[in-house]
Design a protein around this ligand. Sequence first.
Ligand code: CAA
Length: 260
Amino acid sequence: MSYDTITVESRDKVTLVTINRPQALNALNTQVLEDLIAAFAAFEKDDTQGCLVLTGSGDKAFAAGADIKEMADKPAAEFYNEDFFARWTSNLVRTTRKPWIAAVNGFALGGGCEVAMMADFILASEKAKFGQPEIKLGVAPGMGGSQRLTRAVGKAKAMEMCLTGRMMDAEEAERSGLVARVVPHDQLLEDAVKTAAAIAAMPPMAAKVNKEMVNAAFETFLDQGILHERRLFQILAATEDKAEGMAAFIEKRDGEWKGR
Ligand code: CAA
């Protein structure tokens, strides 16, 4: 399948998706959304693919936000009637059950920061910069930033970033819990694909369940989350991959996974 605004390649069990509008700092317009939805759906369906990496083309940006030029003349009623922005979360988060990583190679601002935060985790280059500068445009985050950023870094920093629009560099983002790891700029992609390959080599059903469990921590009270975890563990205990994984450990060999 070919796309207008992204490139997609498979590296063994890893799908690498690159937002490809470098002239607009990879700003997220409706075509990018349509292309990403299609690419994520294809990844989700393809049993040969175990983990996805999303990054931005060029040396400057992961994505500098929702496309301001597309939004500038759009009437409020259209934003409301189209439920503009809703499909980002419903498709990239809710219907993507396999793990995916955001490899943030530069500016991740506004919607760019929000899409990065939709990933299961973020790996950042030393040049990465995160921010929610929407206030400077007379608006506010619209793709989950006020909620996901606050859960990731706490109220003080999230509030400061949303109210001032200031950017957070990679080192501060790691210190604040927004990113899993910072890596040298020229090694970001290699590191992200290697990390994704390690995840893709895991038992596929266990990968989905681990993701679901961690995400439940943001949706439930502690007791319910722990119960959810225990029930999912008990379901995994019935899989062929559990029998294989434990036998492989005892027999000192690598497991061979069936995804069931
Ligand atoms: N939308 C559309 N075009 C954008 C864009 C965006 N979000 N960000 C950058 N561009 C375009 C610029 O218009 C420019 O295009 P032209 O060459 O045609 O003029 C090109 O990308 C290069 O950008 P700059 O010349 O501005 O590059 P710079 O290095 O001087 O500055 C920057 C980089 C600080 C990231 C600056 O581009 C910037 O501030 N961008 C906007 C960031 C922003 O406000 N993002 C939030 C958008 S609203 C949103 O995302 C809502 C939501 O919550 C979902």
